[in-house]
Design a protein around this ligand. Structure first.
Ligand code: FE2
Length: 465
């Protein structure tokens, strides 16, 4: 697909798709890859195979994974499409068949009105690497080759979509997930055992269908976000998109015990907002604490507007009194929050996120590390600035094997230099984020901006089925 034939900013520059799937060895390394950092950094993202039909949204493109395998201070890069059924059908037809989310749904397609693009995120659990997309089931991928094995439905037990952000409890090894839909029941909540068996799915009642992108777990509870980005098919009769933000509707956070059901859920209200991503949640005395990137509102059709700028916020839900407290913790605009994942559901000290550039496009001109230890409203931050015309994607924390300290490890992310058109893997020391990079691995092909990344260590690669 030619990058220059469309005016859509998500089809041009480093948002444009790449055509070739390559494997590249002997990459140029500036600095030194730590010899104990063995594993694979992989990032998912949209890469439309063919010129889209009608209006293109960034969320629409076919999933492509970009992986860098680090072993003994050497690096190998691979990019592969996730070969979904929709991708293969369109490849056969040599053109796009499905339109995107900004177009009216097509009801006459044999494969259904939307294409499972598998383009959003990756999760590794119980020996499987899954490419996830919130509208349908995941796809499993091979490691280290990144070949698509196929749709994965947990031995046919899956009865819902799977969020792009399942949570793996580091203590129990369980994977928790939800799936939302446009028809009742609007929400399903599922638990997968540490062996990979889908053991239970329970319906959760919502008053209306909402776009629910992420959720949180604590040691004993699960937290759902019923935020006012609602899906109402009747809007289409007025020629409006079915999905819209209702600023007069409050935000609702539903908390239930991990193994509970709809009858156990307690709802807490706070002012209207939208949240794509959470850092983490944990329990502290009688409170459940949630840390996330909060936007005042969200409009699917626009980017970079003021109410759509995300900031770090904290919510405290008191399970005893039923009270909710919400406060902003930093004036820095940020998104793609991550933590050391061995602290998922536990109180943690550090969070990492992309620092948003002053741009109408979703670009990060640096990375930020938040230190939550002093509990004040303006948390301590450390920033790594990328330098002029350099932007990065989501950064993932890779722990040093056997590390005792929460932040002993590295942050990895893809960076693109807009002036030289060079893409690279950036490796930073998480304990000294502002320092010069530990290593920069130059990639001989452009890596388009995309969505979520994962670090899979070498022993996980060897365990992957
Ligand atoms: Fe996401």
């Amino acid at each position: 697909m030619s990058a220059t034939t469309q005016a859509n900013p998500f089809l041009t520059g480093n948002f444009a798709a790449v055509d070739d799937e390559i494997t590249a060895e002997n990459l140029t390394i500036i600095g030194e890859i730590p010899v104990e950092l063995n594993g694979m950094f992989i990032r998912n993202g949209p890469n439309p195979q063919f010129l889209p039909i009608g209006q293109y949204h960034w969320f629409d493109g076919d999933g492509m994974v970009h992986g860098i395998h680090l072993q003994n201070a050497q690096a190998v890069y691979r990019n592969r499409y996730v070969q979904t059924q929709g991708f293969l059908t369109e490849r056969e037809a040599q053109k796009a068949i499905w339109s995107g989310m900004l177009e009216p749904p097509q009801t006459d397609l044999p494969g259904g009105p939307s294409k499972n693009t598998a383009n959003t995120a990756l999760i590794w659990h119980a020996g499987r690497l899954l490419a996830v997309w919130e509208g349908g089931p995941p796809h499993s991928l091979q490691l280290p080759g990144l070949e698509t094995l196929g749709l994965y439905t947990f031995e046919d037990r899956l009865g819902s979509a799977v969020t792009a952000h399942p949570k793996v409890d580091p203590k129990t090894g369980e994977m928790l997930f939800f799936g939302y839909s446009f028809g009742p029941p609007y929400l399903q909540y599922g638990i997968i055992s540490n062996q990979g068996t889908l053991s239970q799915t329970v319906p959760i009642e919502l008053p209306v269908s909402v776009m629910m992108h992420d959720f949180a777990i604590t040691e004993n509870h699960t937290v759902f976000m019923d935020l006012p980005l609602t899906f109402r098919p009747e809007r289409m009769e007025q020629g409006q998109p079915a999905l819209a933000f209702e600023r007069d509707r409050p935000s609702r956070f539903g908390i239930l015990p991990r193994y509970g059901d709809n009858s156990d859920i307690r709802w807490f209200e706070s002012p209207s907002c939208y949240i794509f991503h959470i850092f983490n949640a944990y329990e502290e005395e009688e409170e459940v604490v949630l840390l996330a990137c909060r936007m005042q509102e969200f409009d699917l059709a626009s980017v970079g507007d003021d109410p759509g700028t995300p900031y770090l916020y904290e919510w405290r839900f008191n399970l005893k009194s039923g009270a909710t407290r919400e406060r902003q913790l930093s004036p820095l605009a940020c998104e793609f929050p991550r933590i050391n994942e061995s602290y998922v559901g536990q109180k943690m000290r550090y969070g990492y996120a992309g620092k948003l550039a002053p741009s109408p496009m979703p670009l990060f001109n640096g990375l930020v590390k938040f230190d939550f230890s002093d509990g004040t409203v303006d948390v301590q931050t450390q920033v790594h600035q990328l330098g002029s015309n350099r932007y990065c994607g989501e950064a993932v924390f890779a722990p040093r094997l056997g590390a005792a300290e929460e932040d002993d490890g590295w942050l990895l992310t893809y960076v693109h230099d807009e002036e030289t058109n060079q893409s690279e893997l950036l490796i930073l020391q998480a304990q000294d984020l502002a320092a010069d990079p530990v290593a920069r691995v130059l990639i001989p092909q452009r890596v388009p901006y995309g969505f979520h990344a994962i670090w899979v260590n070498q022993s996980q690669i060897e365990l992957t089925r």
